[in-house]
Design a protein around this ligand. Structure first.
Ligand code: HEM
Length: 129
């Protein structure tokens, strides 16, 4: 079983020959690009980098995972934990995560603040009757 280096991965990122890295394993998805139910663009966008996160974020089915076996080329040289995302992609991912977190905090805070204000108002207006 060959070990795929980062250079191998980056050398195969065109429609004519496309490798994709998921969970520390490299797959040849060239023939699959046209058949992918999610379209070829989303896969092509992961060219030359670790696509594990993108693949998992979609919540692919067991059938989708089983398809990977048929495309297996070899293990990636550095295992699955290697962060080989480009700096820009990494920064972008962090920004998105931060924005989502901030958004969900606000979702709790705004209704709670309104509720608090309402009871505060009732308390004070009842006291003045
Ligand atoms: C070679 C790797 C991949 C295989 C074998 C694969 C396979 C599949 C399969 C079989 C489906 C149909 C739904 C399901 O069974 O889960 C699907 C849907 C989808 N895939 Fe992939 N996929 C791969 C990589 C990716 C990547 C890297 C992305 C990047 C974001 C992606 C995005 C999507 C999306 C968005 C859908 C949903 C399409 C829809 O429901 O309209 N896939 N994929």
């Amino acid at each position: 079983m060959p070990t795929i280096t980062i250079d191998d991965l980056r050398a195969n990122k065109t429609r004519d020959k496309f490798y994709i890295l998921i969970h520390g394993k490299v797959y040849d998805a060239t023939k699959f690009l046209d058949e992918h139910p999610g379209g070829d663009e989303v896969i092509l966008a992961e060219a030359g980098q670790d696509a594990t996160e993108a693949f998992e974020d979609v919540g692919h089915s067991d059938e989708a995972r089983a398809l990977l076996d048929g495309m297996f080329v070899g293990d990636f040289e550095q295992g699955s934990d290697t962060k080989i995302k480009s700096g820009a992609a990494e920064a972008q991912a962090k920004r998105v995560a931060g924005a989502v977190e901030q958004g969900s905090n606000l979702m709790y805070f705004v209704p709670l603040a309104l509720l608090g204000a309402y009871f505060g108002w009732r308390f004070y207006s009842a006291g003045s009757l």
